[in-house]
Design a protein around this ligand. Structure first.
Ligand code: 58G
Length: 245
């Protein structure tokens, strides 16, 4: 998959992504990430890319031309038509399902805004989709873009070390993850649940499933609506909620 980031802070995104497990996928050639500095496409003396909003009001707005030229430079080096995403608090809220969906794309362009955002005409002209990572406002779209790239990249086969790792994990099945333990078997007097040391895979699987349901009931009951539960598991969930344990 190819991803182009249109941003005023290319080094910030690069530093974070190349430091993580995503960096390995880039080196392995599974991911091809390009960092495009919108300021390189300014055409005035001081390389300005923002200006005051028409109609007045506070702050600055990113001008359309440098963003458009940066985008054209991406198109020139691409054989396909990329999906263009603008990171914004006005977008639909990003999710695991969305990450899985985007992981099927061949080419993404992520536009990161600053100040009070980008000129509306850029959204109309080049943006296919607006995405938000949650209901809060940040100073730039870079952190949301990194979030989307990380979540999408780990859904691409070969990016995670163990390919089956994510098929069973939390949120994949609409439930929270079961609790994890590693050595030592006792820590500050707290023991690892005996069943995990038993080697009895069938029982362990059952215990983990129940713990997933229990946790989801306690921490994120809103997720239960879309979770795939058997009738028996639904009864178990009711009980967890009623007894609050
Ligand atoms: C209002 C304020 C509209 C994404 C700022 C547009 C981007 C949060 C998210 C902006 C972002 C999120 C300028 C800075 C977008 C622009 C950017 N804040 N929740 N801020 O995903």
């Amino acid at each position: 998959m190819r991803i182009d980031c249109l941003t005023l802070f290319p080094d910030m995104i690069r530093a974070v992504l190349e430091e993580s497990i995503i960096g390995r996928a880039i080196k392995a050639g599974i991911l091809d990430i390009h960092y495009i500095n919108i300021r390189d496409f300014a055409q005035n003396k001081h390389n300005r890319v923002d200006d005051a909003p028409y109609g007045g009001g506070m702050g600055m707005v990113m001008q359309p031309e440098p963003i458009y030229r940066a985008f054209q430079s991406v198109l020139e080096s691409a054989e396909d038509k990329p999906k263009v995403i603008y990171m914004s608090p006005q977008g639909s809220v990003f999710s695991q399902d969305k990450a899985k969906e985007l992981a099927k794309e061949e080419h993404l362009v992520l536009l990161c805004g600053h100040y009070e955002g980008v000129d509306e005409r850029i959204l109309e002209e080049i943006v296919d989709e607006e995405l938000s990572i949650g209901d809060y406002v940040l100073t730039g779209g870079e952190i949301p873009a990194m979030t989307v790239i990380d979540a999408v990249a780990r859904m691409i086969p070969g990016v995670l070390p163990a390919e089956d790792a994510y098929s069973e994990e939390s949120l994949y099945n609409g439930l929270l993850e079961y609790p994890q333990y590693t050595r030592p078997p006792e820590f500050l007097g707290r023991e690892v649940p005996e069943i995990l040391l038993s080697g009895h895979h069938e029982n362990i699987k059952k215990w983990r499933r129940e713990e997933s349901i229990r946790r989801t009931c306690l921490k994120r009951p809103d997720l239960l609506q879309d979770a795939d539960l058997t009738d028996k598991e639904k009864e178990f969930a009711e009980l967890c909620i009623k007894e609050n344990v």
